[in-house]
Every structure is written in C-alpha cells, then in structure tokens.
Design a protein around this ligand. Sequence first.
Ligand SMILES: CC(C)(COP(=O)(O)OP(=O)(O)OC[C@H]1O[C@@H](n2cnc3c(N)ncnc32)[C@H](O)[C@@H]1OP(=O)(O)O)[C@@H](O)C(=O)NCCC(=O)NCCS
Length: 252
Amino acid sequence: MLLQPKQQLGDDDVHVWHALIGEVPALHELDALLLPEELARMRCLHHAKDRDLFLLSRAVMRSVLASYLDCDGCDICLVGDNHGKPMLRPDRHPAELHFNLTHSRGAVALAVSRREVGVDVEDRRRRVEYLALAERFFSPPESEHLRRLPERELPEAFFAIWTLKEAFVKGLGRGIAFPLEAFAFDLDVDRLIAFRPLADFVSRDWHFQQFTLGERHRGAVAVARAAGERVRIELRDWVSAFVPSSHAGGSA
Ligand SMILES: CC(C)(COP(=O)(O)OP(=O)(O)OC[C@H]1O[C@@H](n2cnc3c(N)ncnc32)[C@H](O)[C@@H]1OP(=O)(O)O)[C@@H](O)C(=O)NCCC(=O)NCCS
C-alpha cells in the first residue's frame, strides 16, 4: 500500500521526515502497518483526531525506519532506554540508527540520524500564557528575553524557545524530569542559535536547527556532535516519498 523506497544515511546526515495529516490520502488504510498493541493503544484514545494522529505517527515511524534498515515496517522492534526514550532494539537491529518522533495537532515529524537526536513540533497558533509558562519552565535569561519583546513577537519567540528546549531534552532522552531552566538559547544574534548550558551537564557539543511545517507548525531538531563536526540537516516530505501517486489528491 505504501511505497518502499530505500534510504541511505551518511554519518553527518540528519533526515527530518514530516507529514501533515490533511495532506495524507487514505489515512485509514495505514492501520495495516500497526502492530496489535499499537492498534489497541490507538483505540483507547478518546478523540478521533488523536487516534488519526497516532495512526499517522506510527505509520511514518515504521515505514521510515524500515526504509533505512531494509526490512518490513512490522519487523521494526523498539525498546525504551533507561529514561523511556524509544530506540531500536540493539539485538534485532545492529545498525547504528538513532531516531526521535514528535506529533502535535495534525503534524508528525521523525528525525533519523547516526547520532543522538531529538525533535519537537508545536502548533504556533496555540494560545497559551506565554510569559507565565516561560517563568515556570524556561531559564531566567530566556524569560527576560521574552518579557522585553513587543506583544506581537511573543508567540513566535515563545514557540522557538519551547521547541528548541524540547528537542534538546528529547535528544538527551531525559524526559520531563530534566531541568529546563538549566540551559538557555539566545535567538536574536544574527538568527544563529546560541546555546548556553547554565549548569555543567552537557558532555558534548550539540547542533540545533529550527524549521516550519506548513503555516501552523514550528519545529526544532537537536543533534549531538563532537566539537567542530559538520552536520547536514534535511527536511523530507513523507507523503511524496512513501505514498503512491495513485493515492495522491484523495483526502483522508
Ligand atoms: C514525553 C516527552 C519526551 C515529550 O513529550 P511531548 O513534547 O508532549 O510530545 P512529542 O510529540 O514531542 O514526543 C512524544 C514522543 O517522544 C518519544 N519519547 C517518549 N519518551 C521520550 C524520552 N524520554 N526522550 C525522548 N523522546 C521520548 C516517543 O516516541 C513519544 O511518542 P508517543 O508518545 O507517541 O509514544 C517529555 O519530554 C515531555 O513530557 N515533555 C514536556 C515537558 C514540558 O513540560 N515542557 C515545557 C516547555 S519547554
């Protein structure tokens, strides 16, 4: 039902596969890709839009990982690491392949790399209490930066910092227990992302990149690297590569 393109990944490459649910034709045919326990988890979700996004996230994850590992999607075996970050089961998939998944309000992204990687996507139109959340979760320099901005610039800047922080924490694999105030991003220096550990906890250099998906979603990817190493980050459209053109144009 899906195409099975073979993908190659160099040591410096990070591929960020993305899909917007409104652009995926014949969505419900994808449930053939899910394992029984994934279908059961999907059916437990109360809202249809959450079930659809879960289905798409698993279809993207299984099809993409299979395309690098040259196997069927249903043969991908995952385990959680010590902090719950999903990874390939090393005894079943000896190839060194790291990945991280994110899904939010109609968007899915999966980052794949030979290095540790984290990715986050958020709906930038979501209205939240920007300054109150920043006060609670961000570092003091980040909150201060947001407080000084004109109100119209606040949503963009807030989600830029949020997605960068989440991508980094997800790259480390440490989850919600990790202290988000222990590192800071400076975003207003020539559009470069400056990363400042405020505590001594990062043993290696990390590279960060922001991206947008359609008009609504903003994302960030974080990838571990040794100092001075190059990293090439490429956004890749899942529907174009994996959905047969006979399906294109149809709607979910
Ligand atoms: C679970 C967590 C890793 C990400 O949650 P999230 O941002 O709500 O969700 P995302 O869609 O980006 O990521 C979820 C996926 O990350 C992966 N994941 C789960 N645990 C993970 C971990 N410890 N590390 C990295 N990735 C993890 C899973 O594939 C998960 O998908 P699934 O739920 O469908 O199984 C965790 O960091 C969290 O709850 N973060 C919220 C922290 C917060 O409050 N931040 C405030 C603003 S910075």
